[in-house]
Design a protein around this ligand. Sequence first.
Ligand code: DGL
Length: 267
Amino acid sequence: MTKTNHISASSPIGIFDSGLGGLSIWKEINQLLPNENTIYLADSKNAPYGEKSKQEIIDFSIKNTEYLLSKGCKMIVVACNTATTNAIKVLRANYNVPFIGIEPAIKPAALQSKTNKIGVLATKGTLSSELFISTSEQYRDSKDIIEVEGKGLVVLIEAGKLEQTKPLLEQYLKPLVNEGVDYIVLGCSHYPFLIPIIKTIIPANIKLIDSGEAVAKQTKNVLEQHQLLKTNNTNSHVFYTNGNLSLLQNFLKQIDIKNETVFFEEF
Ligand code: DGL
């Protein structure tokens, strides 16, 4: 158990992902909670987590958590579906700060689907996790949940080659369209960066759904419960990567960000 002394409302929210994908979650959190200080950790060196074993994902998640706690974070947002579904139980059992996780948004998609068919695009690590299997089981009686592994997508996004994902996306999404899904769940925090490309592939009546907004709302609720919500509006945002620094800076340009500092660090 790591000691977490001296945390207060002005301490930063720590956010980590296997790389740049969690920036889509950072953006939602910053939109809802603009007063908060944040520290973001992109473990790009070890991406993709989706192809790793459960134990490796747990080990990376512990390393990332320890790093963020060493920087004085008051809460950890696991902005990665793969890390959440494989490791959040272990994290919660070992550290005494609040953790917020992200999981594929099956519930809202299942509740709103009119065709009773939904698609889920996620990593192998997420789709094979106990948490995903047990959550999706709750809806399978009444809904067809069609899973597709987004193999190769995270690697291309991490290399900044977003346009090269198109042939893969066509291969993964066309069968879902042919099956008659009306919702596609983006079950990986990297995938919101692909929405403009995805929209050129699927018909306009198929809705895309991700968990970013729900994670931001949950972050706010939990901070309120712990009386850790920051109210004054002088803030700073620090981003660490153990991968390509200029790529991180390019991604930061895509999300509306002010007051940021960016570092390369070997963690
Ligand atoms: N952003 C991570 C997720 O949400 C990507 C996983 C990976 O690195 O494969 O699952």
